[in-house]
Design a binder for this molecule. Structure first.
Ligand SMILES: [Zn+2]
Length: 62
C-alpha cells in the first residue's frame, strides 16, 4: 500500500482532528473551546466520556 497522504492516524483525536480545539456555536457566537474528547491534547483516549470529561471506569475490582 502506498496511498501517501491519506493515512489515518489512529492516535489522533477524530472530532478535533488532532488539534485539541473545537469551534463551539453554543451561546450564539462561535468560539474555540478545548476538545472534550481529548481534553485539548489532540490524542485519542479510548474509553473517555466526552459528556463528563471523565475516564470511564470499566472495572471496579479489588
Ligand atoms: Zn480532540
Amino acid at each position: 500500500m502506498s496511498a501517501g497522504g491519506t493515512e489515518y492516524d489512529r492516535g489522533a483525536c477524530t472530532p478535533c482532528r488532532g488539534t485539541g480545539k473545537l469551534i463551539s456555536g453554543k451561546g450564539g457566537t462561535p468560539h474555540e473551546v478545548s476538545c472534550p474528547w481529548c481534553d485539548g491534547d489532540g490524542r485519542f483516549h479510548p474509553g473517555r466520556d466526552a459528556q463528563t470529561g471523565e475516564q470511564i471506569q470499566t472495572a471496579a475490582a479489588d
